[in-house]
Design a protein around this ligand. Structure first.
Ligand code: BGC
Length: 256
C-alpha cells in the first residue's frame, strides 16, 4: 500500500482521529493539507513532528468547514500548494450529548453544520476538483456506528451521521462514473478528546469496555490505518458503503 504522489486533505486534522489520519497518510507518502479551526499550536506541532521525520509535504490551513467559502479556500490551497486533490477526508466532527427534548437550535445547527454540511459541501467541492483533474479520487467521511445505531441522549449527532450515511450512498452513485469513490468509516468508541468525559469516569469506562467484544476502546491509529487502506489502490473497489471499525460494538449483546 502506498500513497506516494497523492494529495490528501483532512478536515479537523490537528486532533483526535484526524491527527492520526494525517500522520498515517503522510507515512504512506501522501502530501497532506491539515485543516483546523482552533489550536494553531497543535497544527504547528504536527508539522514539526512530520518535519523531524523528513516530511516537508504537509501544510496547515485554518478554515471553518461549516462554511462553504472556507471549504472552497481549503481546496484552493491544496491545489496552490500541491497542484491537486486525490483524497478528501471529511473528518471534522462534534457532539453535544443532548436529547431531542433539550437540544437548542444553536446546538442543532452546530452539530449539523460541522458534521454534515461540511461533509456535503466538502464532497461537492473536492469532487469538482477531481473531475477537472480527470483521474478520479477517494472521498472518505468519518462517520460513526451511530449512522445506523441510535444513541439516546445524542440525537442531533445521530441525525448528522445518518445523513452522512446517505450522502455516501447517494453521492457514491453519482460520482462513481467519474472514478470517484465515496466511503464512510464508522468508528465505535475511540480514545480521543470527544470521549474525554467517559474516559475520566471509571464506571462509564467499565460499562463501555464490557459492551465492546474486543474489550477496549480503539486507538485513533486503528481508525487511521483503515482510512489509508481505503484511500489506496488496495481499496479500489469500495464505493457507496461504510466500513465499521468498532471492535464489534454495534452488534454486541452485553449481558445476554
Ligand atoms: C461517539 C462517542 C461514543 C461512540 C460509541 C461515537 O461516535 O462520538 O461519543 O462513545 O460513538 O457509542
Amino acid at each position: 500500500m502506498t500513497l506516494e504522489g497523492k494529495v490528501a486533505i483532512v478536515t479537523g486534522g490537528n486532533s483526535g482521529i484526524g491527527k492520526a489520519i494525517v500522520l498515517e497518510l503522510a507515512a504512506q507518502g501522501a502530501s497532506v493539507v491539515v485543516d483546523y479551526v482552533s489550536h494553531p499550536e497543535a497544527t504547528e506541532a504536527l508539522e514539526q513532528q512530520l518535519a523531524a521525520l523528513g516530511d516537508d509535504k504537509v501544510i496547515g490551513v485554518e478554515a471553518d468547514v461549516s462554511k462553504v467559502a472556507d471549504l472552497q479556500r481549503l481546496i484552493d490551497k491544496s491545489v496552490e500548494a500541491f497542484g491537486r486533490v486525490d483524497i478528501m477526508v471529511n473528518n471534522a466532527g462534534v457532539e453535544t450529548r443532548t436529547d431531542v427534548l433539550s437540544t437548542t437550535e444553536e446546538q442543532y445547527d452546530f452539530v449539523m453544520n460541522v458534521n454534515l454540511k461540511s461533509a456535503f459541501f466538502g464532497t461537492q467541492i473536492a469532487a469538482k476538483q477531481m473531475i477537472a483533474q480527470g483521474d478520479g479520487g477517494a472521498i472518505i467521511t468519518i462517520s460513526s456506528v451511530h449512522e445506523d445505531w441510535p444513541m439516546p441522549g445524542n440525537t442531533a449527532y445521530c441525525l448528522s451521521k445518518g445523513g452522512a450515511k446517505m450522502l455516501t450512498r447517494t453521492a457514491g452513485q453519482e460520482l462513481g462514473p467519474h472514478g470517484i469513490r465515496m466511503i464512510n468509516v464508522g468508528p465505535g468508541a475511540v480514545a480521543t478528546p470527544i470521549n474525554a468525559a467517559t474516559m475520566a469516569d471509571p464506571e462509564k469506562m467499565k460499562t463501555l469496555d464490557t459492551a465492546i467484544p474486543l474489550g477496549r476502546m480503539a486507538q485513533p491509529e486503528e481508525i487511521a490505518g483503515v482510512v489509508a487502506f481505503l484511500a489506496s489502490d488496495a481499496g479500489a473497489y469500495l464505493n457507496a458503503t461504510t466500513v465499521f471499525v468498532d471492535g464489534g460494538l454495534m452488534h454486541s449483546s452485553p449481558g445476554l
